[in-house]
Design a protein around this ligand. Sequence first.
Ligand SMILES: Nc1ncnc2c1ncn2[C@@H]1O[C@H](COP(=O)(O)OP(=O)(O)OP(=O)(O)O)[C@@H](O)[C@H]1O
Ligand SMILES: O=C(O)C1=C[C@@H](O)[C@@H](O)[C@H](O)C1
Ligand SMILES: [Mg+2]
Length: 174
Amino acid sequence: MTQPIFLVGPRGCGKTTVGLELARVSQSQFVDTDHWLQTQARQTIAEIVEKEGWESFRARESDTLEAVTAPSTIIATGGGIILAERNRQFMREKGIVIYLCAPVSTLVERLEAFPEEGQRPTLTGKPISEEVSEILAERDALYREAAHHVIDAAQSPEQVVNQIVTALRLACAS
Ligand SMILES: Nc1ncnc2c1ncn2[C@@H]1O[C@H](COP(=O)(O)OP(=O)(O)OP(=O)(O)O)[C@@H](O)[C@H]1O
Ligand SMILES: O=C(O)C1=C[C@@H](O)[C@@H](O)[C@H](O)C1
Ligand SMILES: [Mg+2]
Protein backbone atom coordinates (compact mmCIF):
# COMPACT_ATOMS: atom_id res chain seq x y z
CA MET A 1 0.00 0.00 0.00
CA THR A 2 1.57 3.29 -1.07
CA GLN A 3 -1.06 5.75 0.10
CA PRO A 4 0.04 7.87 3.06
CA ILE A 5 -1.45 6.87 6.41
CA PHE A 6 -2.49 9.65 8.76
CA LEU A 7 -2.78 8.90 12.47
CA VAL A 8 -5.17 11.27 14.25
CA GLY A 9 -6.38 11.55 17.83
CA PRO A 10 -5.94 13.55 21.03
CA ARG A 11 -2.69 14.21 22.88
CA GLY A 12 -1.39 11.00 24.40
CA CYS A 13 -3.39 8.57 22.24
CA GLY A 14 -0.05 7.28 20.86
CA LYS A 15 0.18 8.74 17.34
CA THR A 16 3.95 9.19 17.58
CA THR A 17 4.63 5.95 19.45
CA VAL A 18 2.38 3.79 17.28
CA GLY A 19 3.40 5.59 14.09
CA LEU A 20 7.07 4.76 14.60
CA GLU A 21 6.28 1.09 15.20
CA LEU A 22 3.86 0.92 12.27
CA ALA A 23 6.51 2.45 9.98
CA ARG A 24 9.02 -0.14 11.19
CA VAL A 25 6.77 -3.14 10.54
CA SER A 26 5.46 -1.83 7.22
CA GLN A 27 8.90 -0.59 6.08
CA SER A 28 7.47 2.86 5.44
CA GLN A 29 8.82 6.33 6.09
CA PHE A 30 7.74 8.03 9.29
CA VAL A 31 7.09 11.71 9.89
CA ASP A 32 5.59 13.56 12.83
CA THR A 33 4.03 16.95 12.07
CA ASP A 34 4.80 18.33 15.57
CA HIS A 35 8.45 17.31 15.35
CA TRP A 36 8.86 18.48 11.73
CA LEU A 37 7.29 21.85 12.48
CA GLN A 38 9.41 22.43 15.59
CA THR A 39 12.60 21.49 13.72
CA GLN A 40 11.77 23.82 10.82
CA ALA A 41 10.82 26.69 13.14
CA ARG A 42 13.72 25.99 15.52
CA GLN A 43 11.26 26.66 18.31
CA THR A 44 9.04 24.53 20.49
CA ILE A 45 5.28 24.66 20.06
CA ALA A 46 5.05 26.37 23.46
CA GLU A 47 7.40 29.12 22.19
CA ILE A 48 5.49 29.58 18.93
CA VAL A 49 2.18 29.81 20.78
CA GLU A 50 3.59 32.23 23.32
CA LYS A 51 5.05 34.54 20.65
CA GLU A 52 2.49 34.22 17.86
CA GLY A 53 -0.66 32.68 19.34
CA TRP A 54 -2.57 29.48 18.52
CA GLU A 55 -3.93 30.77 15.20
CA SER A 56 -0.42 31.14 13.84
CA PHE A 57 0.54 27.68 15.08
CA ARG A 58 -2.55 26.20 13.39
CA ALA A 59 -1.60 27.85 10.07
CA ARG A 60 1.94 26.47 10.33
CA GLU A 61 0.50 23.05 11.17
CA SER A 62 -1.73 22.99 8.07
CA ASP A 63 1.22 23.97 5.86
CA THR A 64 3.30 21.24 7.52
CA LEU A 65 0.65 18.60 6.84
CA GLU A 66 0.75 19.37 3.13
CA ALA A 67 4.56 19.57 3.05
CA VAL A 68 5.15 16.17 4.65
CA THR A 69 2.48 14.18 2.83
CA ALA A 70 4.14 11.61 0.55
CA PRO A 71 3.58 8.04 -0.66
CA SER A 72 4.56 5.13 1.60
CA THR A 73 4.66 7.40 4.63
CA ILE A 74 3.11 7.09 8.08
CA ILE A 75 2.21 10.56 9.30
CA ALA A 76 1.70 11.16 13.03
CA THR A 77 -0.32 14.37 13.22
CA GLY A 78 -0.75 16.91 16.02
CA GLY A 79 -3.82 16.45 18.22
CA GLY A 80 -5.56 19.51 16.78
CA ILE A 81 -4.98 18.83 13.08
CA ILE A 82 -8.64 17.91 12.59
CA LEU A 83 -9.87 21.34 13.74
CA ALA A 84 -9.45 22.74 10.22
CA GLU A 85 -11.91 21.46 7.66
CA ARG A 86 -9.19 21.91 5.03
CA ASN A 87 -6.99 19.40 6.89
CA ARG A 88 -9.77 16.83 7.37
CA GLN A 89 -10.61 16.96 3.68
CA PHE A 90 -6.96 16.87 2.62
CA MET A 91 -6.18 13.77 4.69
CA ARG A 92 -9.29 11.88 3.57
CA GLU A 93 -8.56 12.64 -0.07
CA LYS A 94 -4.83 11.95 -0.03
CA GLY A 95 -4.63 8.85 2.13
CA ILE A 96 -6.06 6.64 4.83
CA VAL A 97 -6.99 8.25 8.13
CA ILE A 98 -6.85 6.27 11.36
CA TYR A 99 -8.33 7.55 14.64
CA LEU A 100 -6.49 6.21 17.69
CA CYS A 101 -9.33 6.30 20.18
CA ALA A 102 -8.67 6.03 23.94
CA PRO A 103 -10.66 6.91 27.07
CA VAL A 104 -9.92 10.08 29.03
CA SER A 105 -8.44 8.09 31.96
CA THR A 106 -5.81 6.45 29.69
CA LEU A 107 -4.89 9.76 28.05
CA VAL A 108 -4.54 11.52 31.41
CA GLU A 109 -2.39 8.72 32.81
CA ARG A 110 0.02 8.91 29.84
CA LEU A 111 0.16 12.71 29.75
CA GLU A 112 0.86 12.89 33.48
CA ALA A 113 3.69 10.38 33.07
CA PHE A 114 5.14 12.16 29.98
CA PRO A 115 4.00 15.81 29.99
CA GLU A 116 6.41 17.15 27.30
CA GLU A 117 5.38 20.73 28.09
CA GLY A 118 7.39 22.19 25.18
CA GLN A 119 5.22 20.31 22.71
CA ARG A 120 1.98 20.41 24.68
CA PRO A 121 1.32 23.85 26.12
CA THR A 122 -2.02 24.09 27.91
CA LEU A 123 -5.04 24.45 25.63
CA THR A 124 -7.51 25.62 28.27
CA GLY A 125 -5.48 26.63 31.35
CA LYS A 126 -7.41 23.96 33.28
CA PRO A 127 -6.01 20.96 35.19
CA ILE A 128 -5.01 18.08 32.92
CA SER A 129 -7.96 15.72 33.54
CA GLU A 130 -10.49 18.53 33.03
CA GLU A 131 -8.69 19.68 29.89
CA VAL A 132 -8.49 16.22 28.33
CA SER A 133 -12.15 15.54 29.04
CA GLU A 134 -13.30 18.90 27.66
CA ILE A 135 -11.11 18.73 24.54
CA LEU A 136 -12.10 15.15 23.73
CA ALA A 137 -15.79 16.02 24.08
CA GLU A 138 -15.27 18.88 21.60
CA ARG A 139 -13.20 16.92 19.10
CA ASP A 140 -14.33 13.29 19.14
CA ALA A 141 -16.87 13.88 16.35
CA LEU A 142 -14.20 15.58 14.22
CA TYR A 143 -11.73 12.70 14.65
CA ARG A 144 -14.51 10.30 13.61
CA GLU A 145 -15.54 12.48 10.66
CA ALA A 146 -11.97 12.49 9.36
CA ALA A 147 -11.27 8.79 9.97
CA HIS A 148 -11.60 5.82 7.65
CA HIS A 149 -10.87 3.49 10.60
CA VAL A 150 -11.34 3.86 14.37
CA ILE A 151 -8.88 1.80 16.44
CA ASP A 152 -8.82 1.03 20.17
CA ALA A 153 -5.65 2.80 21.30
CA ALA A 154 -5.83 1.80 24.99
CA GLN A 155 -3.87 -1.38 24.27
CA SER A 156 -0.10 -1.82 24.00
CA PRO A 157 1.63 -0.18 21.00
CA GLU A 158 2.19 -3.62 19.40
CA GLN A 159 -1.49 -4.52 19.77
CA VAL A 160 -2.55 -1.18 18.32
CA VAL A 161 -0.24 -1.72 15.34
CA ASN A 162 -1.70 -5.21 14.80
CA GLN A 163 -5.22 -3.78 14.78
CA ILE A 164 -4.20 -1.19 12.19
CA VAL A 165 -2.49 -3.77 9.97
CA THR A 166 -5.63 -5.95 10.13
CA ALA A 167 -7.93 -3.03 9.33
CA LEU A 168 -5.80 -2.02 6.34
CA ARG A 169 -5.64 -5.60 5.02
CA LEU A 170 -9.40 -5.98 5.33
CA ALA A 171 -9.91 -2.64 3.59
CA CYS A 172 -7.59 -3.75 0.78
CA ALA A 173 -9.43 -7.04 0.35
CA SER A 174 -12.88 -5.45 0.12
N1 LIG B 1 -0.30 2.14 23.39
C1 LIG B 1 0.40 2.67 24.40
N2 LIG B 1 0.54 2.01 25.56
C2 LIG B 1 1.22 2.56 26.57
N3 LIG B 1 1.82 3.77 26.55
C3 LIG B 1 1.72 4.47 25.43
C4 LIG B 1 1.00 3.96 24.29
N4 LIG B 1 1.06 4.87 23.31
C5 LIG B 1 1.76 5.89 23.81
N5 LIG B 1 2.17 5.65 25.07
C6 LIG B 1 2.95 6.57 25.92
O1 LIG B 1 2.18 7.75 26.11
C7 LIG B 1 2.95 8.92 25.86
C8 LIG B 1 2.25 9.76 24.80
O2 LIG B 1 2.29 9.07 23.55
P1 LIG B 1 2.57 9.81 22.18
O3 LIG B 1 3.59 10.89 22.37
O4 LIG B 1 2.86 8.74 21.19
O5 LIG B 1 1.15 10.47 21.92
P2 LIG B 1 0.69 11.43 20.74
O6 LIG B 1 -0.64 10.96 20.33
O7 LIG B 1 1.76 11.47 19.72
O8 LIG B 1 0.56 12.86 21.49
P3 LIG B 1 0.68 14.36 20.84
O9 LIG B 1 -0.63 14.66 20.16
O10 LIG B 1 0.86 15.27 21.99
O11 LIG B 1 1.82 14.34 19.88
C9 LIG B 1 4.33 8.46 25.37
O12 LIG B 1 5.30 8.84 26.28
C10 LIG B 1 4.24 6.95 25.23
O13 LIG B 1 5.33 6.30 25.81
O1 LIG C 1 -4.27 18.84 20.80
C1 LIG C 1 -3.72 19.88 20.35
O2 LIG C 1 -4.36 20.87 20.02
C2 LIG C 1 -2.26 19.85 20.18
C3 LIG C 1 -1.59 18.65 20.25
C4 LIG C 1 -0.13 18.52 20.05
O3 LIG C 1 0.12 17.35 19.28
C5 LIG C 1 0.47 19.75 19.36
O4 LIG C 1 0.17 19.73 17.98
C6 LIG C 1 -0.05 21.04 19.95
O5 LIG C 1 0.40 21.11 21.28
C7 LIG C 1 -1.58 21.12 19.89
MG1 LIG D 1 2.88 13.01 18.86
